[in-house]
Design a protein around this ligand. Structure first.
Ligand code: F6R
Length: 240
């Protein structure tokens, strides 16, 4: 992977927003892989700041993951988060932006349907990734197969604790999710993994420099030919 160490998250956001703007300049209906959580927010913010220069209305998007069992209109469902933090502020076309279906009624088909939709779109051009403190990418928790496709997974206690900040209490954090698999993620043409803060340093070092192992799902990026890792100094702190 190419590792770029930036002074702060804002610089990372600008760098990655520029790469996305270049992609869309070449092909207005390019496919962006969207991540949620705190990490990608500076990218979305930088894209919003360049809205007058970059028309994103034809860009297509696929989110990495969704909680299972939250009402779709729950403010913390990733469908709601993507709508609020990405689609509306960036002027994307809501019909071109997809989030896995985490509703219980559709759960049996949701994974295969999502894979089919990504395939029909021609695959993901640039996939934004954060990384969990336990090394997950998407919600592929430790032990996930490198060949896995979109499917239902159980969230680890650590991830539920990490994400409790978005809910009133940890009891409200769902126990299950539907996530693109590591195999799905590895099919994207360019992976851009972002991480900020010392809390991510161990996961970043393990993903970039550690053994390639299902125990650290982020290490799957080492199998991909085109990866850019953008980190601030604290998150780079354990890289050799
Ligand atoms: C979110 C996702 C997760 C997060 C990771 C880091 O769609 O797939 O892998 O990227 O949990 O979360 P933050 O960015 O909130 O630290």
């Amino acid at each position: 992977a190419e590792v770029i160490i930036v002074p702060d998250a804002r610089d990372a956001g600008e760098l990655v927003a520029e790469a996305i703007a270049d992609l869309v300049a070449g092909r207005p209906d390019a496919v962006l892989g969207l991540a949620t959580g705190s990490t990608p927010l500076p990218v979305y913010e930088a894209l919003r700041a360049r809205r007058s220069a970059t028309d994103l209305s034809r860009m297509r998007g696929f989110a990495l993951d969704e909680y299972v069992g939250l009402a779709p209109d729950h403010p913390e469902s990733y469908r709601s988060v993507i709508s609020r933090e990405v689609v509306s502020p960036l002027g994307l076309d809501p019909d071109r932006v997809h989030v896995p279906d985490g509703s219980l009624s559709g759960i049996e088909h949701a994974g295969a349907d999502y894979e089919a939709a990504i395939g029909a779109a021609g695959g993901v051009d640039l996939q934004l990734l954060g990384i969990g403190t336990d090394g997950h990418i998407g919600f592929n928790e430790p032990g996930s197969s490198f060949a896995s496709l979109t499917r239902v997974k159980t969230l680890t206690e650590q991830t539920r604790r990490d994400n409790a900040r978005f809910f009133d209490s940890i009891d409200e954090v769902p126990r299950h999710c539907i996530t693109q698999g590591l195999g799905t993620i590895l099919r994207a043409r360019h992976l851009v993994l972002l991480a900020f803060g010392a809390g991510k340093a161990a996961a970043v070092a393990a993903a970039v420099e550690g053994p390639v192992t299902a125990s650290l799902p982020g290490s799957a990026i080492q199998l991909h030919p085109h990866v850019t890792v953008v980190v601030d100094e604290p998150a780079a702190g354990r890289l050799v």
